[in-house]
Design a protein around this ligand. Sequence first.
Ligand code: DGL
Length: 278
Amino acid sequence: MPVGIFDSGLGGLNIYETLARRLPGVSFCYYGDNGNAPYGVCSQDQIFRYSCAGIEHLWRFGCDLVILACNTASAAALRRIQEEWLPDGKRVLGVFVPTIEKLTERSWGDVSPPRQVAIERVALFATPATVASRAFQRELSFRAVGVDVEAQPCAGLVDAIEDGDLMLADAIAQVHVEALLRRMPNPQAAVLGCTHYPYVEDAFRQALGPLPIYNQPELVAESLADYLRRHPELKGGRARERFVTSGDPGSVSIKATRFLHRCIEFEQIPVPAGRFET
Ligand code: DGL
């Protein structure tokens, strides 16, 4: 039974690659909804419907456990998915909580009241939909008090990355860092709250200077490894990998191969997931 990994496009590959390295015995099936990306400019309702359609594809490939390797879907849709839509026996996990647990020095299952933590000023970089949802601040407030979050909606950044134009993406990242630093000149930590952003992590690092950056692939891999230790029944089978997309498999494969520095071949989903008439 493979573990499903879902993203609007290429960003979740960062999470996938780290997971596959960390959990060499586990099978994975990756689904990129490149035909509908970027999600960051969609409404919450659209993101919910696209995410449900993508998760259903992964169920068809036998994935009872799906990681939403997409902050935008985790922020805008995960709660609704879990509360209103998810049938018994299926699980969907997001990428927000592991990041926030790390930031607030908590381990899984710690439900003690919110408390003061070492970091008091956080710079959050995320898509416009993630920032608008305020899900990061909501999850943080369950665990910590007195943390000031300045969030920068990084318009245009995912589009440049999905187009494979990393030079443009670097420049856009820099502009967004400068905009945030004008509002919060001395953050103590930064969170790259979109799984596409590790492709331009160097640009963020240069623009931010010597600041701890919370980067999700390692944090999510650590958290999934721990989850699978507690639920070993969800990781059966021998290790395999499979990549499917709602976009053009040829161009998605070329970009994925370039980003991950190894040959990645995507298959096409016959009907792009979640292509709903509006
Ligand atoms: N990679 C996704 C995220 O983590 C989605 C980006 C998008 O499609 O706008 O937010």
